[in-house]
Design a protein. Structure first.
Length: 84
């Protein structure tokens, strides 16, 4: 009685499928972990860190409605038009 396989193609296919299964099991586990971290970051964002400023800091106050958001792609055009 021999412990070596007698049907080599089936044996090699079994090894290949086992190797692929082991690889994709680890791959899918890592993908799941990273997906959870991304989802966790979106659902439970970390609060921003406080910023330390000088004691004589005076923030600029603007009238309500006097500011507008500009898309980043159009920012260069607005600066060229003398907007600040």
């Amino acid at each position: 009685m021999s412990i070596l396989p007698t049907d080599w193609p089936s044996f090699l296919w079994g090894l290949a499928i086992g190797a692929l299964g082991a690889f994709f099991t680890g791959f899918l586990k890592k993908l799941g972990e990273e997906s959870w971290l991304v989802l966790k970051g979106k659902l439970f964002p970390t609060p921003p860190e406080p910023i330390q400023v000088a004691t004589n800091f005076e923030p600029n106050s603007y009238e309500p409605g006097s500011c507008a958001w500009v898309p980043e792609l159009k920012l260069h055009d607005k600066v060229a038009e003398s907007y600040t």
